[in-house]
Write a protein that binds this ligand. Structure first.
Ligand code: FMN
Length: 268
């Protein structure tokens, strides 16, 4: 099969998934004019979507939250119309583990009529990572991006060698199937420390779920916050703070236990 266009769909609050998906897309060798980016991260993303065509290779990428795919990513992917396209599945995790995330992405893709032909798990700096408690600091780095590019190259070779994707065997992936119940993430949210905030407003557009609003200072609707930490990463004054001792303790534990560098894993 020949690649016509590469349609990328990613949800990526702290931009790691975006970096990996775009590197994979480039690696396919498709004409740069035929690399289509659909960023599902921000409210209003629906207005910028480019329709998928029958000849497109689709890449879907999302971060791992609690061993699964971030719920917001699944919800947004579920609203997209695909055209029976071959698909590459990408989960990006914070150097702990991707557990059942690729299985969930595979099942989501199949339910949307996509035909998964390859999958990969890559590492990105953990959303909770801080200067004092680094977890996967600086990932994805140049080596990760090169591996993503090489993976894209392999995907293109596989696709070119296929006569048809209709009789593809199911893509075997690590994880539990059928998927177990999703683990509850203890309720928590990120809020502003008024004494540190200079009201620059950078945090508001960084929020993928519209959880931040302005009323005598930047505040958060707790029920909308997914603790993705995008607002923390853009705040130059360290004024956005996780309001949970549990998450703080968990971050310290991860910084102690997830020290060894994990390498990308691909399934092709
Ligand atoms: C709520 C939450 C849960 C997470 N759970 C996991 C996890 O189970 N395993 C892991 O390795 N990383 C986990 N991470 C880290 C993210 O997967 C990682 O930082 C990823 O690179 C974020 O992708 P993005 O930059 O595209 O948003 C979690 C992050 C958040 C915010």
């Amino acid at each position: 099969m020949k690649i016509n266009r590469v349609s990328q769909f990613f949800y990526s609050p702290t931009h790691n998934t975006e970096k990996i998906v775009t590197s994979i897309a480039k690696g396919t060798g498709a004409d740069p004019l035929h690399l289509v980016e659909n960023n599902l991260t921000y409210p209003g993303y629906e207005e910028t979507l480019i329709d998928v065509e029958a000849g497109d290779l689709v890449i879907i990428g999302a971060p791992v939250y609690a061993g699964r795919i971030a719920v917001t990513a699944i919800e947004r992917l579920n609203g997209i119309k695909f055209a029976g396209n071959p698909a590459v599945l990408v989960a990006v995790y914070g150097n702990r583990n991707f557990d059942d995330a690729l299985i969930e992405l595979r099942e989501t893709a199949i339910s949307l009529g996509l035909r998964p032909i390859a999958a990969a798990a890559f590492v990105g700096e953990h959303s909770y990572s801080t200067r004092d408690f680094p977890i996967g600091k600086g990932r994805p780095d140049a080596l990760d991006k090169e591996k993503a590019r090489l993976f894209g190259e392999q995907v293109a070779k596989k696709l070119q060698s296929l006569k048809s994707i209709d009789k593809m065997p199911a893509l075997a992936l690590p994880g539990t199937f059928p998927l177990p119940e999703r683990k509850e993430i203890p309720p928590s949210h990120v809020d502003t420390a008024p004494n540190k905030c200079n009201k620059c407003g950078e945090c508001l557009p960084a929020c993928p779920t519209g959880a931040i609003f302005y009323k005598n200072g930047y505040k958060t609707t707790p029920e909308l916050c997914t603790i993705c930490c995008a607002c923390i990463k853009v705040c130059g004054r360290h004024a956005r703070i996780i309001m949970s001792e549990h998450v703080k303790g968990f971050t310290e534990m991860l910084a102690k236990t997830c020290v060894d560098r994990k390498e990308p894993a691909d399934f092709i």
